[in-house]
Structures are given as structure tokens and as C-alpha cells.
Design a protein around this ligand. Structure first.
Ligand code: GDP
Length: 713
């Protein structure tokens, strides 16, 4: 590790915090690797003969294989032309997980980045997951560039992909450069603003070749004019003075076009589209130039909103050094060398090592020990991190993902990230006594890293229940337990996380009176339960009048209510989406107690719920299946037998994308089913959509089964 403290203060306009966002397999890893390769400081063109370049590169690639899993990597890039000519810019690349089940992680990383590069497969176009991630990026207003990767691949089609970006994503996408050739003949790109053609020489090893400028091929000249005219018109539309010039038929300069394009990208009025092939090392440098030229710097973002924890009032922070320190912890990683690393985006002020900061989310102080800047293959220890930067802090104790850290004298909570509730769970047991301790520790660590992963003890069986966002999510976590923490564990089969709710309003009475010698127990209350719309959660209120129940026991009743709701009434699943109102009761001067009212509350809730038409709810998944056309009928038929609501299908090339909503309970092992049904050519993507009522015939079976199990144990 480098221990020199060369961390120069980069002016804000020379920082880019970006994420590379992609559907799995679109080429996110390859593109990130190439970016790190081209931005690598030690790498000099022409200095090394080809043989060593390749081996060096392979060696580095191995190292990078490790660093790429780090949550953020810092790289430097100096464009040779354009708006940022000869200005070195610091690019922090924040990892956005491409895994289907990890939508919460994607959201978390989107929250801290300022701009994104969406990588698409030129043959597949917009795929299901790209669409989901795109919508998430919309939520956080992340300006974007699209990189149409794999232009060298059989079936690559730049303009069909452009069309799918426009149609499926509804994005204001405009080609910024267009490809020269396609598939095997893909050679380079033509920059539409400057009308320069760049080609990368065909190199069998595909490594380390600079590009050179060429004449625009004759057969492409008309295309270039056509797409340039569109780009110029689209840019001109976003800027009043350019609109005038455009309408008057005046020439708009390159610099004017570029500045206006930058403003338009930042406001998400234009999404520039670039072509390339990361694997073949073509088109990556223009992408880096575009990141620097068009994606926002922290300065462009200007402010972040938060809440003052003391006054609960909104507070706006400027993203500058002059403001007090505020930052957001967005990722926790366990590093084999230094232990726990907490990745923090510094929004304002300066974070100094050796100082104390406030964790506003946890109401606790944290001492800042070492601060690291993560480079592609080294780490640099720094003493200060400034507004706009992304760093890793070693050894923070109580800070979790999504927590705000700030200056103690100027507390703020940056809006927290909301995570979806887990929909599937499984029981896990240590194999040996020694594993028991390790298991607890490892689960704790994993849940710290991933807030959508929950751990719960089952009081009835003494088992540990882990829950998450999908079968695959849990599979990966269990695999990590074994590989990273060497915990021997037996796991049960995944169980759908059902819930219970009520459909009608009803009342119930709870009376807990004991008179056995000494001091008795007396708690007595009446509750009313009312259904609430799906997803609105729980609410508790008192309408007790005239002191029928002393104020101090109202919270005691709630404790009992919540406990009972957690345990469920119908089939042992938590009760959700209801309002509970305590409206009457009686008490005893001597015998009434907290515990007696708690028990009365629990009894009253059970009785009220039983009269309120209890039903089971199940998680419904949004499912997108991509299959070659000839399998469409079979796949739809199979989905229909799984209680799916098919919402339609889109054709893309020879593939069909089927959209459906399917109960999670029907989807266990679907990946295998799909594979065998489509000779391995189908792929599926799913994520939790909402909870819905379980049909009575199925619900009856689940209730009967759970009651049976209870009797047995
Ligand atoms: P990720 O899942 O998005 O990180 O994708 P990877 O970078 O791992 O790439 C997935 C697969 O696509 C790998 O087999 C890559 O070699 C391949 N790939 C990536 N970029 C290109 C490209 O530009 N052209 C072609 N033909 N294949 C590519």
C-alpha cells in the first residue's frame, strides 16, 4: 500500500463520480477493466514491446479482478481535445452490482454517483434488467451516457439498439458517434461533432493499441451528415441562443455544441450514445472523453437535501469544501488485509483522519482512523478527503450502509435510502459447536454489508431464519458463508415470506385478570382493527376517553399488539397493513401493570383479527423472460400454469421478451425449468413487485399445513 499522502485537492469541476450500469453480461466488467487499463498511470504506449504489454496486462488484470469488486475505484484521465483538453480529471468509478437480486444495492450506489454510463450489448439491445436499472437511475435523476458495446459481435446492430433505447427506455437518446463497420468489420467510430473518424487497428491480441485518425469512409459520409444534423438540431433545441442560430441557418461552433450538450446531458435532456467494443479495445477512449466532457461534476449537482435531526427541518447543503463535513456511508466491505472498510461519499466539507464525527443515523460518535483512496491496483493512505470525493475509511465500528456521518456541530441526516422488504427466507443451522459462533459472526457481517438481507431467530424452533430478495440472493449469501467465512451450515429449503392481513373492520376484547394471593394482575382493553391499503403498514392510535385506561398503559397495550402481529394469527405470518385503535377498557388501582396490559393487548388483537376476515398475502414477482421466438408458446403455457398474469411480449431480433407477474411461490427452481424448456437459451429476470392476496384454495392448504406443523412440534 502506498503510504505517501499525495492526495491533491482536485477542483470540483475536475471530479466525476460515475457508475457503470449494465445488464449482466453486457460487458460492465470488461469495460471497467479497459477504463482502468487506459487510465493506468504506469501504462505508457510504445514504451513496452508487445510481448511484455500482454503479460503485464494479464498480471494486472488478475490484480484488477480483485480491485474491481471494490466499491469504488479512483482513476485519472486527460482528454487530448475538446472542452477538457489537457485537463487531468479524477474519475471515481462506483461499482453498481449487476446481479438481478441486488436491486437495493444498485439503488444505494446510484444514490452516491453523479452520472452513469449504461453499457448495452449491441446484439441484445435493451434487456430486462437494463430497463429496471434505468428506471432506478431515473428516480435519482442520474444523467447518463449509453455505450453500445460488443459492436464486434455477430448480430451487432447499433441503430437497432438505439431504437430500443428510445422505445423501451423512452430515453432522449441521440448518437454522439457512429460505428465504422459492424461485427467482424467493426473498426472504429466517427465523432459526429468534430466529424473525425477514429480507427483501432486490428490486433490479434487486441491489446494496447492506440487509435489513429482517418478519413471518413466514402460510404459513411451521408450517414455522418444525417446523424450529425440530428445531433446538432437536438442540441440546438435545448439552448435558446443556439436555437436562434440554428433557425437562422448560422454555423454553430464545436465549442458551442459541446458546452450546450454538456448542459443538456446534465439536465437529462439528451443521452449521448457511443459505439464500441471493450473486448477488442475499440471506442473506450472516446467514452472516457465523453465521461469527462458531458457527465456532471459535483459542482453541477450543487446541493444535497437533508434533515436537521434537532429541528426536523429540511436543510440544504452546498457540495463544497467550505461547508461543514457531511457524508454518506454507502457500502461496507470486509477486506482481508485491513478488516472493515466503510465507503463514504463526502458531500460537503473535509473529512480528516484522527477526528471524531457524528453518525446522525445511529446517534453515535465515530472516530476516523485511516482514510484510503482506492486506486485500480494500489491504495493510497490520505489524511483528508474533500467535498465531492469517494473514500474508504478503515475500522469504523457502528456505521452501517446508508448512515450519515457529519460534523458534530452541524448535524444533518441525508435522506436515507429505503429498502424493499425481503420476500423469501430459509432456516440455517450450524453443523458443529464451533460453527455456531462463526455463523453468528458471519451473518452479522453479511447483513451489515447488505441491508436487504435479514436475520431472525425463530423463538419456537430455536433456528436462525435468514431472509432476502429472492432464491438466488440467499443462495449467494449461503455460498459466501461457506467460502469466505468457512462456516459449516445446513440450510433448509427456501420458504416464501407470506404475510397476513385483514379485510374488514372488527373489534376484540382482551382481559387478563389474575387473583392469586399477593398482588394480582389486571389488564383489560377493547381494540378495533381496520384494514389499510396494501403497503401502508401499521398504525396505532388511542381513542380512550375519560381515563378508562391510564395513559401510561396505552404503550403497554401496543407492545402486546405488535408482538401478536409479528407472530400472526391465521398461519403464523406477520400481520401487516392495518390500523389498530384502542378505544376502551378498565383498570385496577393496585393490580394493573405494564405486563398485564401487554397481555390484554395481545389477546384483544387476536380476537379482533379473527373477526376481521383474515387473509394471506404472498409476494408477487415481476418476471421477464427472454427466449428465442420458437419457445414462446411453451414458455407462456408454462407461466400460465404458474398463476402468471402475462402482460405482453416484445420482439427484439429473434428473441421475445415476455413480461409477467407471477407469485413467488410458483417460481422456485424456475431457472432450471426454463433452461430445460429452451435448450439452455432462455434467461429470466425477476424482482419483487408487490404483495397480493393468496387464492382461497391455496391459502387453505397453507393454513392447514402450518397448523399441522404446530401440533407436531
Ligand atoms: P458483465 O457481466 O456486464 O460484467 O460482463 P463481462 O464484462 O463479464 O462480459 C460478459 C461477456 O461478454 C464476457 O464473455 C466478455 O468477454 C464478453 N464481452 C465483453 N465485451 C465484449 C465486446 O466488446 N465484444 C464481445 N464480442 N464480447 C464482449
Amino acid at each position: 500500500m502506498a503510504t505517501n499522502t499525495t492526495n491533491r485537492l482536485y477542483p470540483l469541476d475536475r471530479i466525476r463520480n460515475i457508475g457503470i450500469i449494465a445488464h449482466i453480461d453486457a460487458g460492465k466488467t470488461t469495460t471497467t477493466e479497459r477504463i482502468l487499463f487506459y487510465t493506468g498511470k504506469s501504462y505508457k504506449l510504445g514504451d513496452i514491446d508487445e510481448g511484455t504489454t500482454v503479460t503485464d496486462w494479464m498480471e494486472q488484470e488478475k490484480e484488477r479482478g480483485i480491485t474491481i469488486v471494490s466499491a469504488a475505484v479512483t482513476a485519472f484521465w486527460t482528454p487530448k481535445a475538446g472542452l477538457m483538453k489537457d485537463i487531468e480529471t479524477r474519475i471515481n468509478i462506483i461499482d453498481t452490482p449487476g446481479h438481478v437480486d441486488f436491486t437495493a444495492e444498485v439503488e444505494r450506489s446510484l444514490r452516491v454517483l453523479d452520472g452513469g454510463v449504461t453499457v448495452l450489448d449491441a446484439e441484445e439491445g435493451v434487456q430486462s434488467q437494463s430497463e429496471t436499472v434505468w428506471r432506478q437511475a431515473d428516480k435519482y435523476n442520474v444523467p447518463r451516457i449509453c455505450f453500445v458495446n460488443k459492436m464486434d459481435k455477430m448480430g451487432a446492430d447499433y441503430f437497432a439498439t438505439l431504437k430500443s433505447i428510445r422505445e423501451r427506455l423512452g430515453a432522449p437518446a441521440v448518437p454522439y458517434n457512429i460505428p465504422i463497420g459492424s461485427e467482424n468489420d467493426f473498426r472504429g467510430v466517427v465523432d459526429l461533432i468534430t466529424k473525425k473518424a477514429f480507427v483501432w487497428e486490428a490486433d490479434p491480441k487486441g491489446l494496447g493499441k492506440e487509435f489513429k485518425e482517418e478519413e471518413i469512409p466514402e460510404n459513411l459520409k451521408d450517414e455522418v451528415e444525417k446523424w450529425r444534423a440530428e445531433l446538432v438540431e437536438k442540441i440546438a433545441e435545448t439552448d435558446d441562443s443556439l436555437t436562434e442560430k440554428f433557425l437562422a441557418g448560422e454555423e454553430i461552433t464545436e465549442a458551442e455544441l459541446k458546452s450546450a450538450l454538456r448542459a443538456a446531458v446534465i439536465k437529462y435532456k439528451i443521452v449521448p450514445v457511443l459505439a464500441g467494443s471493450s473486448l477488442r479495445n475499440k471506442g473506450v477512449q472516446p467514452l472516457l472523453d465523453a465521461v469527462v466532457e458531458y457527465l456532471p461534476s459535483p459542482q453541477d449537482i450543487e446541493t444535497i437535501e437533508g434533515t436537521n435531526p434537532k429541528t426536523a427541518e429540511k436543510e440544504v447543503r452546498k457540495l463544497v469544501m467550505e461547508e461543514p463535513f457531511a457524508g454518506l456511508a454507502f457500502k461496507i466491505q470486509i477486506d482481508p488485509h485491513v478488516g472493515k472498510l466503510t465507503y463514504v461519499r463526502v458531500y460537503s466539507g473535509t473529512l480528516k483522519s484522527g477526528t471524531s464525527v457524528l453518525n446522525t443515523t445511529k446517534h453515535d460518535r465515530e472516530r476516523i482512523g485511516r482514510i484510503l483512496l482506492m486506486h485500480a491496483n494500489t491504495r493510497e493512505e490520505i489524511t483528508e478527503a474533500y467535498a465531492g470525493e469517494i473514500v474508504a475509511i478503515v475500522g469504523l465500528k457502528g456505521t452501517g450502509t446508508g448512515d450519515t456521518l457529519c460534523d458534530e456541530a452541524h448535524p444533518i441526516i441525508l435522506e436515507s435510502i429505503s429498502f424493499p422488504e425481503p420476500v423469501i427466507s430459509l432456516a440455517i443451522e450450524p453443523q458443529t459447536k464451533a460453527d455456531q459462533e462463526k455463523l453468528g459472526y458471519a451473518l452479522g457481517r453479511l447483513s451489515e454489508e447488505d441491508p436487504t438481507f435479514r436475520i431472525k431467530g425463530d423463538p419456537e424452533t430455536g433456528q436462525t431464519i435468514i431472509s432476502g430478495m429472492g432464491e438466488l440472493h440467499l443462495e449467494i449469501l449461503v455460498d459466501r458463508l461457506k467460502r469466505e467465512f468457512s462456516v459449516g451450515a445446513n440450510v433448509g429449503s427456501p420458504q416464501v415470506a407470506y404475510r397476513e392481513t385483514i379485510k374488514e373492520t372488527a373489534t376484540g376484547e382482551g382481559k387478563y385478570i389474575r387473583q392469586s394471593g399477593g398482588r394480582g394482575q389486571y389488564g383489560h382493553c377493547f381494540l378495533r382493527v381496520e384494514p389499510k391499503p396494501r403497503g401502508e403498514g401499521y398504525e396505532y392510535k388511542s381513542e380512550v376517553k375519560g381515563g378508562a385506561i391510564p395513559q401510561e398503559y396505552i404503550p403497554s397495550i401496543e407492545k402486546g399488539v405488535r408482538e401478536k402481529m409479528e407472530m400472526g394469527v391465521l398461519a403464523g405470518y406477520p400481520l401487516v397493513d392495518m390500523k389498530v385503535i384502542v378505544y376502551d377498557g378498565t383498570y385496577h388501582d393496585v393490580d394493573s401493570s405494564d405486563i398485564a396490559f401487554k397481555i390484554a393487548g395481545s389477546m384483544a388483537l387476536e380476537e379482533a383479527a379473527k373477526h376481521a376476515k383474515l387473509v394471506l398475502l404472498e409476494p408477487i414477482m415481476k418476471v421477464e423472460v427472454t427466449v428465442p421466438e420458437e419457445f414462446m408458446g411453451d414458455v407462456i403455457g408454462d407461466l400460465s400454469s404458474k398463476r402468471a398474469q402475462i402482460h405482453g411480449s416484445d420482439h427484439h431480433g429473434n428473441s421475445v421478451i415476455i413480461n409477467a407477474l407471477v407469485p413467488l411461490a410458483e417460481m422456485s427452481g424456475y431457472v432450471t425449468t426454463l433452461r430445460s424448456m429452451t435448450q439452455g437459451r432462455g434467461s429470466a429476470y425477476m424482482e419483487p413487485s408487490h404483495y397480493d392476496e393468496v387464492p382461497t384454495n391455496i391459502s387453505d392448504k397453507i393454513v392447514a399445513k402450518n397448523k399441522g406443523e404446530k401440533k407436531e412440534s
